[in-house]
Design a protein around this ligand. Structure first.
Ligand code: ZN
Length: 248
C-alpha cells in the first residue's frame, strides 16, 4: 500500500497520512478487505488489532477511544454507531477514517498527547464537527485550543464541489452571513463549497490558531491517485486516512 505521510508531525512521534494507490476500501467484513488494513499496519508498524474505524454517518459526534476498541471496523465488527470523529491518548493506537471527497481532519495536541481523526463531509462540516472536536478535547483532556495542530487532508476543492441550494442550507444555519460569503460561491443556480475554508472558520472560532491549520489543497477530483466519489462513483472505494501517536 502506498501512502502519503505528513512528515511535519514525525518530530512529535505522530504518524499521520493517507493511502494514495487506489487500494482503499469501504467494507470491513469481507476477508479480502481486512488485508488492506493489515497492509497499512505493515507500512505504519501498527497491527490492525490496534486500529479503529467508524461506520461514519455524517454526524458531529466524537468518540473517545482506547485500546479496548482495538480492531473495531478493521478486523472485527462492534464499532459504536453514530460517530464521525475519533480521539485518543492511547499510544501505538491508530485512528482511521475513510473518505472520497469529504475532508479527513487530523488533530494533534502536543501538550496532552492526544490525536484525533475526523470525517468532515459537507453535512459534518455544516454541523462544525471540527470545532466540536476541539471543545471535546478541552473538556476531556484540558487541551488549550491554541496548542492544537490541525491538518486538512485531501478533499473536493471548491471548483469541483458544485451543489444546489438545498444542499447547503445548513451553512446558513450554522455560519454567519459573512462566513457563508467566504465558504460559498454562487454562479447562477449553482453553489460552490469551499470545505477547507468552512473547517478553518470552525476551528478558529474555537480558538485554534490560523497558523496551526495546514491545508495543502490536494483535490480528490484532480489527483488521480486518490478516490473521488464525484469523479469515480465507486461505492466501495475510499481513501484511508490515519493518525497514531507512537510510544517510545
Ligand atoms: Zn478540484
Amino acid at each position: 500500500m502506498k501512502v502519503h505521510t505528513y512528515s511535519e508531525w514525525e518530530k512529535y512521534g505522530v504518524v499521520a497520512g493517507y493511502s494514495t494507490d487506489l487500494e482503499g476500501l469501504y467494507r470491513y467484513n469481507e476477508p479480502e478487505d481486512r488485508t488492506h488494513f493489515e497492509e497499512l499496519g505493515k507500512v505504519c508498524d501498527i497491527p490492525a488489532s490496534r486500529m479503529i474505524r467508524l461506520h461514519q454517518e455524517h454526524t458531529d459526534k466524537i468518540l473517545f477511544v482506547d485500546e479496548t476498541n482495538g480492531g473495531e471496523g478493521t478486523i472485527r465488527e462492534g464499532t459504536p454507531e453514530g460517530y464521525d470523529g475519533l480521539i485518543t491518548r492511547e499510544k501505538d493506537f491508530m485512528l482511521l477514517v475513510v473518505t472520497a471527497d469529504c475532508t479527513p481532519v487530523f488533530l494533534y495536541d502536543p501538550t496532552c498527547g492526544a490525536v484525533g481523526m475526523l470525517h468532515s463531509g459537507r453535512a459534518g462540516t455544516m454541523k462544525e464537527i471540527a470545532g466540536k472536536a476541539v471543545e471535546r478535547m478541552e473538556s476531556k483532556y484540558g487541551s488549550l485550543p491554541q496548542n492544537i495542530q490541525c491538518i486538512l487532508g485531501p478533499y473536493l476543492c471548491a471548483k469541483h464541489h458544485e451543489v444546489e441550494r438545498k444542499d447547503i442550507e445548513g451553512f446558513y444555519e450554522t455560519f454567519t452571513e459573512a462566513e457563508c460569503k467566504r465558504i460559498l460561491t454562487q454562479k447562477g443556480i449553482k453553489y460552490y463549497v469551499d470545505m477547507g475554508e468552512a473547517i478553518r472558520i470552525s476551528l478558529i472560532k474555537k480558538g485554534v490558531l490560523d497558523t496551526n491549520i495546514k491545508d495543502y489543497h490536494v483535490c480528490t477530483y484532480e489527483d488521480k491517485s486518490l478516490y473521488s466519489w464525484r469523479r469515480d462513483h465507486l461505492p466501495h472505494k475510499r481513501i484511508i486516512s490515519y493518525v497514531c501517536m507512537k510510544g517510545l
